[in-house]
Design a protein around this ligand. Structure first.
Ligand SMILES: [Zn+2]
Length: 249
């Protein structure tokens, strides 16, 4: 797919984190966060829907449904938060280590570092003289920041906070999980399944569409895959629950 709103004059470079960030992307990183939130909510919807629909296949006891749904919500949101915390912390550690190396190199061999920055700027299309002049100015202003951005593709003032990332994942999953949880416990027993299945599939249309839009991908196919995935999850867990329920396990 050709990216929406991506200027054709700047092909993305594989050595840089994302295309958006190379354009000084406050917008790009906000879109990434938004997309992560939508995907987190999507996880909460699908996994909790599978759980409560599976339990509903075995029992009509509201307390059992509420317990299963709530346990699923808490277990899922905490596991997402912990996973995000670990992954962002690891990334942050390696970014800090790279910055420390850079800082040492700048101190020990400033000339080589200036030459390195000059060459990196040349690779980006500046002429030798202009690249040299730019490298000198950037080095005078904030050498570490310049090397971090041009060489490592990170902004030392804006490293992702692992706690923020963990909290955001927790919230996103919880918001998603609340939908199937409420849909299975609130309606009268006869309507439970229908209300849950319909509201879950409708929500998956919304999350599939939004995440595709935010990622500049084809929305039709994304929605179809997302809805099919959720429907499959609910069908499989319902069948498993119904079998166990029938067997009196
Ligand atoms: Zn350097």
């Amino acid at each position: 797919m050709r990216g929406r709103g991506r200027p054709e004059c700047h092909p993305p470079r594989v050595t840089e984190p994302t295309h958006d960030e190379t354009h000084g992307g406050a917008l790009g990183s906000r879109l990434n966060w938004l997309r992560a939130a939508v995907l987190g909510a999507n996880d909460g919807i699908v996994s909790t829907a599978g759980l409560v629909v599976g339990v509903a296949g075995a029992t009509s006891d509201r307390t059992a449904l509420l317990t299963a749904g709530l346990a699923g919500l808490l277990a899922g949101s905490m596991s997402m938060a912990a996973g995000e915390y670990v992954s962002v912390s690891t990334q942050r550690d390696s970014e800090l280590a790279a910055l420390a190396v850079e800082k040492r190199e700048l101190k020990e061999q400033p000339e080589a570092e200036l030459e390195e920055l000059t060459e990196l700027l040349q690779e980006r299309g500046l002429s030798r003289d202009v690249a040299r002049e730019a490298a000198v100015q950037l080095t005078e202003r904030d050498a570490l920041k310049a090397h971090a951005r041009v060489e490592l593709g990170i902004d030392p003032d804006d490293l992702t906070n692992p706690w923020h990332a963990a909290w955001a994942s927790f919230l996103a999953f919880t918001v998603g999980a609340l939908l199937p949880l409420l849909a299975i416990v609130l309606p009268p027993a006869d309507w439970r399944l229908a209300v849950t299945v319909v509201s879950v599939l409708a929500a998956l249309v919304v999350t599939g569409w939004s995440s595709a839009r935010l990622g500049s991908a084809d929305t039709g196919r994304a929605v179809l895959r997302n809805v099919a995935g959720g429907a499959l999850a609910m069908a499989v867990t319902y069948a498993a629950g119904a079998l166990l329920g029938a067997a009196g396990a």
